[in-house]
Ligand binder design. Structure first.
Ligand code: NDP
Ligand code: HSE
Length: 444
């Protein structure tokens, strides 16, 4: 029987949130996992710099080492789990593990979004697997869904809430009417945001994840440097309020979309705050939860929801990868699921579009002088640029106030055209402050 085979030996790099969760889940559920994988999976070595802390956590259940290269070069180890993070040491370790013929499981989205092409090529040459379910949306099996469950489809677009920290901040801003700064402090105090939350709030973490999904959905190489990235730091409570009045919620979305209207085809890859109709399921995803909507030509729209971070939700994905790798360990490399869903020789060179070529609708907020003719002049400029208006909201001015907020929702337009119209509107003497512009997606 296969279950009597010797357990497959695993080396764990890093023993923080994800590494520690992986250790616990694998040990707690080891019998179930053995029955699923066909043999045991055992972490035999762990590396972290703080050896005393590691020994306290692990006891003598595994070898503890300070030098992670000791693990990636150990001939007894078949699979290396990388949970150190970052793009420097992690890259060296993963490439060294591959050179030594080891399969790699990683939760590191930054590493794959930035160095994925190099890592997958090295793995392909050596005939080893790189598994990375935990890298996008933590415990939500979105990689599996895109790569296997939806492989009959021509995927049209993906839109996801793929950063829990920013979704928590936006949820609190809406529920309590607070500004960004106040909620960020709360998120840090609660442990959602990192001490240096730059990658989260500037949209970089979401862009890493969107880059990975884009590559898998459309069969193109990882192109993080082509992603357009905007975070949530500039969002104001007033815009969240106005969006609500107009029937929308603001979410930080990672979006990637196929564009067949462009000669030769094109792909949009972008992360930015987005107005989404309140009635969409994704608009109601609150707190630190993640959700990804995928639209395929055959299946239509599908939604994947769950915890995108945290020790055990992320470990759920890491351990599932360990099971997959164990099942396929002895399979012919040509018969495994390709890393990016498409066969390596069949990747397309479809162009990643510049943000000026992206098509969306817009929410605009203009602080204007409350006087006759202002609205007509602004709508006139939009008409000159062939931008059609969907709705207008004018806040009533308080008594004695001589300025007001004008909110405009547009229909779809090319971003470059909107940029030209915005420059013209901003130059009007009756426009009194920088115009706020937030993209809007109907996701229908
Ligand atoms: P942590 O900071 O909690 O853990 C990192 C671990 O790596 C620590 O145990 C640290 O221990 C160890 N480490 C750091 N440098 C070295 C080194 N030179 N040699 C050996 N060990 C080292 O990070 P997380 O667990 O939160 O994140 C790990 C990865 O998982 C990242 O890529 C992250 O993006 C990803 N991820 C995280 C999620 C989460 O919810 N936290 C969710 C999804 C993905 P020591 O300091 O003792 O060396
Ligand atoms: N900082 C990330 C988040 C962790 O907030 O979603 C999971 O990748």
């Amino acid at each position: 029987m296969t279950t009597t085979m010797k357990p497959l030996q695993v080396g764990l790099l890093g023993f923080g949130t994800v590494g520690g969760g992986t250790w616990r889940v694998l040990r707690r559920n080891q019998e179930e996992i053995r029955r699923r994988a066909g043999r045991g999976i055992e972490i035999v070595a762990v590396s972290r710099r703080d050896l005393a802390a590691a020994r306290e956590q692990i006891g003598d259940a595994a070898r503890v080492v300070a030098d992670p290269f000791e693990i990636v070069r150990d001939p007894a180890i078949a699979i290396v789990v990388e949970t150190i993070g970052g793009t420097t040491l992690a890259r060296e370790l993963v490439l060294e593990a591959i050179r030594h013929g080891k399969h790699v499981v990683t939760a590191n989205k930054a590493l794959l979004a930035v160095h994925g092409t190099e890592v997958f090529a090295a793995a392909g040459e050596r005939g080893v697997m790189i598994a990375f379910e935990a890298a996008v949306a933590g415990g939500v099996p979105i990689i599996k869904a895109l790569r296997e469950g939806l492989s009959a489809n021509r995927i049209e677009w993906i839109a996801g809430i793929i950063n829990g920290t920013t979704n928590f901040i936006l949820s609190e801003m809406r529920a309590k009417g607070l500004d960004f700064g106040a909620v960020l402090k709360q998120a840090q105090a609660l442990g959602y945001a990192e001490a240096d939350p730059t990658f989260d709030i500037e949209g970089i973490d979401a862009a890493h994840k969107a880059t990975i999904m884009s590559a898998i959905a459309f069969g193109v190489p990882m192109q993080f440097d082509r992603a357009h990235v905007e975070g949530i730091a500039a969002l104001q409570a007033a815009d969240i309020r106005y969006a609500e009045q107009l029937g929308y919620r603001i979410k930080l979305l990672g979006i990637t979309k196929r564009r067949d209207d462009i000669a030769g085809g094109g792909i949009e890859l972008r992360v930015h705050p987005t107005l989404v109709p309140r009635e969409r399921l994704i608009a109601n995803v609150e707190g630190a939860m993640n959700a990804v909507v995928v639209h395929g030509d055959a299946v239509g729209t599908t939604l994947y929801y769950g915890r995108g971070a945290g020790a055990e939700p992320t470990a759920s994905a890491v351990v599932a990868d360990l099971v997959d790798v164990t099942r396929l360990h002895t399979a012919d490399p040509d018969h495994r699921v390709p890393h990016l869903a498409f066969q390596p020789g069949a990747l397309a060179a479809t162009r990643m579009l510049d943000i000026a070529e992206v098509v969306t609708s817009f929410y605009l907020r203009l602080r204007v002088a409350d006087q006759a003719g202002v609205l007509a002049r602004i709508t006139g400029i939009l008409a000159e640029h062939d931008i059609s208006i969907d709705a207008v909201l004018q806040r009533e001015s308080a008594e004695g106030e001589r300025q007001t907020d004008l909110i405009i929702l547009t229909h779809d337009t090319v971003e470059g055209r909107m940029n030209a119209a915005l420059a013209q509107m901003q130059a009007l003497p009756t426009v009194l402050a920088p115009i706020v512009r937030i993209r809007k997606e109907e996701l229908s």
